[in-house]
Design a binder for this molecule. Structure first.
Ligand SMILES: [Zn+2]
Ligand SMILES: [Zn+2]
Length: 767
């Protein structure tokens, strides 16, 4: 049915055109929509105008000359109370509207079907592209019913061609014949197209030549612009890091096939399955043991100090072409570190300082941005580190299907992703990123409105983190106030715990939820991050924590973990003046310790990891003694582990009586003393790193065995650590305790919103 409607620009009364107009600025709530409706009616045009997350959206149909007249007067129709920043207009599909309506946002229906996710080019399409006899030979944007972009090109639901950015590409006769033929593999393939009628790639040969020559090249991918550079070319990798302002954080390598992947990484059967999956995520794999000297040098630049590398297979046929022609390439989002991925026309005004980067583009518009997903094997399971292309939006397995509730949960401050419930379904949205920069905050706001629109969600409950200063907290409170929605403030680790029971489906049974991460606002105002909870039905009681440790200089200690070590040493020396640690002069930070405001305390296991990394690895392994990215030092310490090494550091459980419900505390002092002793005795780093991981795992297991609950969940960023999770699983395997492995919902802050949703629903349903 849509086959005819979407391409027909003819009607009985002569030529009719349609345009989609977006008006940005201060344009809502000022009577602009009625004014535009009057203008359209006067001109005899049909269509609608609606508020959107970006301002106003209009669909206008009628004779081309009158459409032009409408466009011309659009801006001057704005009432004086408002202000128009920009008007964009694009050809649209005639929908044979009658009359001109003002659409209310609440008209948007609750979407009850899952929004489809983007899928990498399928093997059959790849064969067609490679076949000189096929009419799609060499057409790098080939897609079919089972592959191609989805979420990134949707302008609305349901998923139909007129509701994608491909509506501007009317089908040629052969494509239309395929689309309408029930026997064809492209029957009703909404993204159908060919070299004659579909979007086109430009500047490919020039871009490929530049890449081969070792230059950094930008490429318009599926969910945004990417920066590419040869992965076997040290200068090219250095240049890419320089362009992106990203000195340390690991990069990912795109390879053509398993053979190319094996040049860099160990690929077993499970890893191969994840690599070739339709989602096509970046899979974190162990570095290949037998790499050439040249590739060792490259790998050290791609993942400095790490024993793992992120590998992905081609995302689209265009990417396939690039890696077949050039070999393995680094693929990274095209933006400065900390900014969101560029996806619109930003490429005309590139977000990086050096505009000389050659660009391979295509003219298929990207409706919404999306990064690559990142996953990691955890034993036999798959743990998602970054939920994005191919995996998001992710349906949330709630205990009961939504009963008409509309909820928005906004996540935290880092690795932000939102979750929503639209009365019919609950989903966790894709990774947006850290909200430190203004650009990232703008992207967050735009993203929330977009996803609410896409799902027809009108939140009556808004859930946010308990941290008063997070951008998402302040935004959520403001948004809820404007809409008269209820607000639920959810403690950071309660949200982690609540998210951890979804996947195993342990909704109604008590579990021991262990939440270890970098930092979260605790209910007592302290920074938490080393807790365990008796959790059930959206509520939790804290039963254990890490003995608090000091952060000399506050935030500075997170960037410079040697300060944490100085704090630990000083605290031990308070009772044992003879205690010293090599390389940590006593007394240097004494003035800081005397001022509590300069020296907050935390129970964070993430900070204990940082301190252990400083002591075990020593300054020469720690670039600039500063943390380069979140979890940096913990990742270095995990990479340093020697799995053959025996022994473990003591992290004893001691009874705690001071705070209500809190029964136990993990005491870090014996652990730090032992590390210092081993370090002074010159033990190999790999042994010490291994003993640290094993010590933490055993401390966790010791707590588990003192609890009535027989089910254990792990959440918080610390459990992205494969070594730690495996040690815990091994220790529990012979016991009566059952452990939930990290899974599709990220254990890091990317999964917070899922847990906030659960707590909000529990609060709402109880009240
Ligand atoms: Zn296909
Ligand atoms: Zn065609």
């Amino acid at each position: 049915m849509n086959g005819e409607r979407e391409i027909s620009q003819q009607s009985a009364g002569g030529t009719v055109g349609a345009i989609r107009v977006t008006v940005r600025g201060t344009v809502q709530g000022i009577g602009y929509r009625p004014a535009l409706a009057r203008l359209a009616t006067r001109l005899g045009l049909a269509g609608w105008v609606a508020n959107s997350g970006r301002g106003l959206e209009l669909h206008v149909e009628g004779p081309p000359d009158r459409l032009a007249a409408f466009e011309q007067r659009c801006r001057s129709t704005c009432p004086p109370e408002g202000h128009v920043d920009a008007i964009q207009s694009a050809p649209a599909v005639v929908q044979l509207e009658s009359g001109f309506q003002i659409r209310d946002r609440s008209d948007v229906a609750e979407v009850d079907t899952p929004v489809p996710t983007d899928r990498v080019t399928c093997p059959i399409c790849r064969d067609e592209i490679a076949d000189p006899q096929n009419r799609r030979h060499g057409y790098w944007l080939t897609t079919c019913s089972s592959c191609g972009p989805r979420y990134t090109i949707l302008t609305g639901m349901p998923y139909e061609r007129y509701a994608t950015t491909l509506h501007g590409f009317p089908l040629c006769d052969p494509c239309r014949a395929e689309y309408e033929n029930p026997e064809d593999r492209r029957f009703h393939a909404q993204t159908i197209g060919c070299p004659n009628c579909g979007p086109q790639v430009v500047d490919l040969p020039r871009g490929l030549a530049a890449l081969r020559a070792g230059e950094v090249v930008a490429l318009k991918g599926v969910g945004g612009y990417q920066l590419l550079a040869r992965a076997d070319h040290t200068a090219a990798i250095d240049r890419l890091r320089q362009v992106k302002h990203r000195p340390w954080k690991p990069l990912a390598i795109m390879v053509a096939d398993v053979a190319q992947a094996r040049r860099f990484a160990s690929v077993d059967g499970t890893a191969e399955r994840h690599l070739i999956s339709a989602a096509g995520p970046i899979v974190i794999l162990p570095r290949a043991p037998d790499m050439t000297a040249k590739l060792v040098a490259c790998s050290e630049r791609i993942g400095p100090g790490l024993n793992s590398l992120g590998i992905l297979f081609p995302t689209s046929a265009l990417h396939q072409r690039v890696v077949e022609e050039v070999g393995p390439v680094i693929v990274s989002s095209a933006n400065l570190e900390g900014d969101p991925i560029a996806f619109r026309a930003e490429i005309a005004d590139p977000p990086w300082p050096d505009a000389a980067v050659p660009t391979i583009v295509h003219n298929r518009p990207i409706q919404r941005p999306l990064d690559d997903s990142v996953v990691r094997a955890m034993g036999p399971h798959l743990a998602v580190i970054r939920l994005a292309r191919g995996l998001a939006p992710l349906p949330l397995p709630l205990a009961a299907p939504p009963q008409g509730e509309h909820v928005l949960a906004v996540g935290g401050q880092q690795k932000v992703a939102i979750a929503l419930v639209n009365g019919r379904q609950a989903i966790l949205g894709p990774h947006i990123g850290d909200l430190a920069s203004l650009a990232a905050r703008r992207r967050f706001v735009e993203h929330v409105h977009d996803l609410l629109d896409l799902y027809g969600c009108h939140p009556t409950v808004v859930a946010h983190d308990a941290h008063p200063d997070y951008f998402t907290t302040r935004w959520a409170q403001d948004f809820a106030a404007q809409r008269g929605a209820a607000v639920v403030s959810v403690q950071h680790h309660l949200a982690h715990a609540a998210s951890s029971v979804l996947q195993p489906g342990w909704w109604n049974t008590p579990v021991l939820a262990v939440t270890w991460d970098g930092s979260g606002w605790g209910s007592d105002g302290m920074i938490w991050g080393g807790e365990a909870w008796s959790y059930s039905l959206g509520a939790a009681t804290r039963c254990c924590r890490l003995r608090p440790l000091r952060l000399p200089g506050g935030e500075a200690a997170i960037h410079e973990p040697w300060r944490i070590v100085a704090g630990l040493v000083a605290e031990i020396r308070a009772n044992d003046p003879g205690f010293t640690a090599l390389g940590f002069p006593t007394g240097a930070l004494d003035p800081v310790f005397r001022q509590p405001l300069l020296c907050p305390v935390t129970t964070s296991i993430g900070r204990l990891f940082d301190a252990a990394a400083v002591l075990i690895l020593g300054p020469d392994r720690l670039p600039g003694r500063r943390v380069g990215y979140e979890g940096h030092f913990a990742a270095l310490l995990e990479s340093a582990c020697d799995p053959q090494a025996e022994g473990q550091y003591p992290l004893p459980l001691v009874p705690h009586r001071g705070i209500a419900h809190l029964e136990w505390e993990w005491d870090w002092e014996p652990l730090i003393r032992q590390i210092v002793q081993d370090q002074q005795a010159g033990l190999p780093r790999g042994t010490m790193a291994m003993r640290f991981h094993r010590g933490l795992a055993m401390a966790l297991v010791a707590l588990v065995q003192r609890q009535p609950a027989t089910r254990v969940t792990l959440s918080g960023g610390v459990f992205q650590n494969q070594m730690l999770v495996q040690l815990i699983a091994q220790a529990l395997v012979t016991t009566r305790y059952e452990m939930a492995w990290p899974g599709l919902i990220p254990v890091n802050d990317g999964g917070l919103a899922a847990g906030q949703t659960v707590v909000a629903l529990a609060t709402f349903r109880r009240g």
